[in-house]
Design a protein around this ligand. Structure first.
Ligand code: ZN
Ligand code: MN
Length: 474
């Protein structure tokens, strides 16, 4: 099975691609974010959205594409009721970028490399809603900026296709080029599926499944097509020419829409109202510098350098703001193990509880580093830090040192105080002491617990452990 994907991703831009209309129409009344430009009125001139172009270039660079110093826009002509201009502004033979690739993990450890043929810019159509008695059209999305990302036919299963799509989604979000929110229709897939006999390398006529808008339907639609085409091959009547099919989300099957259109059907010609895009190398290099290190590379680095679990490395690498937080934390804290555990098990628990972003809470990486250093130096215990102190920091934004001082939380490492408490526990629990002496090493945990309790949790458990053992060995 031979699969290629076209991904349409809405560029995270405040305005539409060629006009000043608001690009965010989520939850907004139909047909309010429109103007003569995106409605295709005669005599209106489109103006290229610089921010959208920059974000598309950043995405192209993150997908390892060559960004062209010269590219241009073309009209792709077709009539459809959701396209008021009667054509789409796209890029045909001189796209923004070409020849990229993306690498991602499929199974634990196995890396797949899929070639990206091109990433180009185009504008979106409106939205049709079919209701009883007719159809309604909402033009709010017409003219929204899109990146079209076209893969080479390198994918070999429905699972690989959806993992590839997820990798693209993660990268686009990571570099800030698209919010890639599937629920809001910001990421849509067209999947081209064909079969060929093992050992051949020519491509047979494909079926292009249009407009899939979830990973689940992407996988299901591909699997359905593979089965359908396998039957045709088995009957000796494989498809003779390419077709365009749709996906019926209710019936969970594809249906025939039309013979596959080819480029001549669209009567492409250069968009006469928009000058070509020309960039010098410096402009592209400046954007190259803002592309952050990507999730997979961070994941690999964290796993190798810090010896942390794969789950921890994934948590710390898959979102840019969390990953950057962790990176600045470890710049000021020498204890990596504690840094990992304080971010993944404590901070992230609070973020999930309150449904907020890491940047919207009060504990800065520097404060977190201070907290970790207090534990590291034995001033407070791990439990105190993760419990009472962190909670107070999170609520008030106060420094951990101040909180520890105000609440008198300083852990007791004073040997005399600890020895005294241990001796008391030894005389209070003779049975357990005997058990320990007769070889039940586990009982020490109980005895230490009693000491901690008698000192209201302020003593350093490692110190208590060694003092207690020393006394019991006598
Ligand atoms: Zn407009
Ligand atoms: Mn397209």
């Amino acid at each position: 099975m031979i699969i290629g994907l076209e991904i349409h991703a809405q560029i995270a831009s405040r305005t539409k691609m060629f006009c000043r209309c608001d690009n965010d129409s989520f939850g907004v009344e139909a047909n309010v974010n429109v103007c003569p430009v995106c409605m295709g009125f005669p005599g209106q001139l489109p103006v290229v959205n610089e921010e959208a172009v920059k974000k598309a270039i950043v995405a192209a660079l993150a997908l390892n594409c060559d960004v062209k110093q010269f590219s241009k826009f073309d009209r792709k002509n077709y009539f459809y009721p959701d396209s008021p201009k009667g054509f789409q502004i796209s890029q045909y033979d001189e796209p923004l970028s070409e020849n990229g690739f993306v690498e991602f993990y499929v199974d634990e450890g196995k890396v797949l490399k899929i070639r990206v043929a091109r990433l180009h810019i185009e504008d979106d159509a409106g939205k049709l809603m079919h209701v009883s008695g007719g159809s309604l059209v909402d033009f709010n999305r017409a003219g929204s900026p899109l990146m079209e990302i076209v893969s080479e036919p390198d994918l070999r299963s429905a699972l690989e296709a959806s993992e590839y799509a997820k990798a693209i989604q993660k990268i686009l979000r990571f570099v800030g080029s698209s919010e890639a929110d599937m629920e809001k229709g910001m990421l849509r897939f067209d999947a081209s599926v064909s079969l060929r006999p093992v050992g051949e390398d020519k491509l047979y006529p494909r079926a292009e499944i249009k407009n899939l808008n979830s990973f689940k339907s992407l996988e299901e639609a591909i699997n359905f097509e593979i089965e359908r085409q396998t039957e045709l091959w088995d009957q000796g009547t494989p498809q003779l020419s390419a077709v365009t099919v749709g996906w019926d989300d209710e019936a969970r099957k594809t249906f025939f829409m039309r013979d596959k259109e080819d480029s001549t059907d669209y009567r492409y010609f250069p968009e006469p109202d928009i000058p070509p895009l020309t960039f010098d190398g410096d402009f592209i290099d400046a954007l190259r510098r803002v592309v952050p290190e990507l999730p997979d590379s961070r994941y690999r680095r964290y796993s190798e350098e810090f010896g942390i679990t794969s789950d921890e490395a994934k948590l710390l690498s898959s979102e840019l703001d969390i990953s950057n937080y962790f990176e600045s934390l470890i710049k000021s804290s020498s204890n990596i193990k504690l840094a990992v555990s304080f971010v993944t098990s404590i901070l992230m628990r609070y973020l999930n509880r309150d449904l907020i972003k890491i940047g919207a809470q009060k504990v800065t990486p520097l404060m977190m580093a201070e907290l970790i250093n207090l534990v590291d130096k034995g001033v407070i215990s791990n439990n105190q830090a993760k419990g009472e102190v962190f909670e107070a920091m999170y609520d008030s934004g106060e420094s951990p040192a101040l909180i520890v001082e105000e609440r008198g939380l300083t852990q007791v490492s004073d040997l005399d105080a600890i020895r005294g408490a241990c001796l008391l526990v030894i005389s209070d629990f003779p049975v357990q002491v005997e058990e320990f002496k007769s070889g039940k090493d586990k009982v020490i945990g109980f005895l230490i617990g009693q000491v901690m309790k008698s000192m209201s949790g302020k003593s350093n458990p490692q110190v208590v452990d060694s003092v207690m053992r020393e006394l019991l060995m006598k």
